[in-house]
Structures are given as structure tokens and as C-alpha cells.
Design a protein around this ligand. Structure first.
Ligand SMILES: Cc1cc2nc3c(=O)[nH]c(=O)nc-3n(C[C@H](O)[C@H](O)[C@H](O)COP(=O)(O)OP(=O)(O)OC[C@H]3O[C@@H](n4cnc5c(N)ncnc54)[C@H](O)[C@@H]3O)c2cc1C
Length: 196
């Protein structure tokens, strides 16, 4: 979440800023888990870095439904109520983010609406699984995506690792960085072997 801050200690004029996007989940009630036997994902929209809500069966049998993608009002904003004004001003002070806001304001408002309106969240889930009802969903956890945004308003959708003498900065590790973690780790280890 703070990789850009760390990098800025040594990199003059860093071209990216981390923008936090919270992803909120519901969980399926136990008696409804049989509706989901595997992962159910939408086809990604290539114009938008976030996949949209989907169903994930976890190894403990729990079914997660989500996540949405709402701007978090602080970097570690895991709850709606968490607001850090100086971090928020910093986000809106970044030219690239203002361009993102202009480009995606409609999508962003839709995500906020879904965040506060369970009916709307359910409706989005029903596109993948029509049998889901609002009563089947209980509040789940949330995660915050550390999304790198460049100066030109691009939400960087690839991994971004910057090397400097004696330094390796991971400046963007968006989804599927968890799935790709071993491979990313290997890449970083190889860079470190060369560097150090
Ligand atoms: C809602 C959501 C859904 C996602 N869905 C998927 C998905 O379906 N598939 C997928 O592949 N990826 C997914 N991701 C992305 C994935 O979680 C991240 O890309 C991945 O976790 C990035 O890994 P990381 O090691 O860079 O950071 P992290 O996983 O955040 O690890 C950083 C670690 O460093 C620790 N840390 C921070 N500061 C310090 C410090 N000062 N000292 C010691 N430790 C510290 C933190 O506690 C943390 O454990 C999702 C992310 C979110 C938020």
C-alpha cells in the first residue's frame, strides 16, 4: 500500500501514485453453499482493471461473493468509516487520478451505490447466478487493492517492478498477483541475485 512512498525516498519524480480501491464481499449462507461448486467469474472488461463481482469457493467451503471496487478514503481503508483526509487530498491532488475520475465517474458511482445498497449488489451477482437472493447473503470481509495510477490517468494493469542500483521496487502488483506470486517472487529473486 505504501510502495510509492518508499520509492519516493530515492526516486525523484516518481511517475506513479498508489490509489486504494476497497473490495467488499458478502458471504453465502451455509445452507446456500451448494449453489456454487466452483469459481464463477465474469468475462473481464478490458477497459477496466477490476474484474467485477464473482463467486469464489474457498478451501474451507465458504463461498465469497464479490468484490466490488470502491475508492477507499485512506490507504488502509478496510472499512467505509475510515477516512484519512491528508491521504484523500493526496489522491485527488494527483493529476492522473483526476483523469481517472473523469473517465470512470459513472462506473465509480455505480460501485459506491452497490456498496451501500444490498439490492444492487445482489442484482450484480444475479447476472452470474440468477437463483441468488438478498437473504442468502451475509456481510463478509474486505480487501484494499494497491492500484498504481500513472500521471496520464492510466490505471496500470500489469506488474511494475522498478530497478535502481541497490534497489528493487515493486510498484504495482495487482490481481492476479496472488495467483502469480511464486512467479513474481522468482523474478524478484533473480533481480536480487544480479543486483546484490
Ligand atoms: C479485494 C481483492 C481481491 C483480489 N482478488 C485476487 C484474485 O482473485 N486473484 C489474485 O491473484 N489476486 C487477487 N488480488 C490481488 C492480490 O491480493 C495482490 O495482488 C497480492 O496480495 C499482492 O501481493 P503483495 O505481496 O505485493 O502484497 P500483500 O499481499 O499486501 O503483502 C504485503 C505484506 O507485507 C506486510 N507488511 C506491510 N508493511 C510491512 C512492514 N513495514 N513490515 C513488515 N511487513 C509489512 C503486510 O502485512 C502484508 O502481509 C485481490 C486483491 C484484493 C484487495
Amino acid at each position: 500500500m505504501y510502495c510509492d512512498k518508499i520509492a519516493a525516498y530515492t526516486v525523484a519524480d516518481l511517475q506513479v501514485k498508489i490509489v486504494p480501491f476497497r473490495g467488499e464481499y458478502y458471504s453465502l449462507k451455509k445452507e446456500k453453499r451448494a449453489l456454487v461448486n466452483h469459481l464463477i467469474y465474469p468475462v473481464p472488461d478490458p477497459n477496466f482493471p477490476f474484474l467485477g463481482v464473482h463467486f469464489t469457493r474457498r478451501i474451507d467451503g465458504e463461498i465469497e461473493a464479490g468484490p466490488n471496487a470502491v475508492l477507499a478514503f485512506q490507504r488502509e481503508g478496510y472499512k467505509k468509516s475510515q477516512i484519512n483526509l491528508s491521504e484523500l487530498f493526496e489522491i485527488f491532488g494527483w493529476k492522473g487520478f483526476r483523469k481517472v475520475a473523469v473517465k470512470y465517474w459513472k462506473t465509480g458511482l455505480g460501485e459506491f451505490y452497490r456498496s451501500y445498497n444490498k439490492n444492487a449488489f445482489t442484482h450484480a451477482l444475479q447476472k452470474l447466478l440468477p437463483d441468488i437472493k438478498k437473504e442468502d447473503l451475509v456481510p463478509g470481509g474486505a480487501g484494499v487493492r494497491a492500484q498504481a495510477c500513472d500521471k496520464e490517468g492510466g490505471l496500470i494493469d500489469d506488474f511494475y517492478i522498478k530497478e535502481l542500483p541497490g534497489q528493487i521496487h515493486v510498484l504495482n502488483a495487482p490481481s492476479p498477483a496472488a495467483t502469480s506470486s511464486l512467479s513474481i517472487g522468482k523474478t524478484i529473486a533473480e533481480l536480487a541475485m544480479k543486483q546484490f
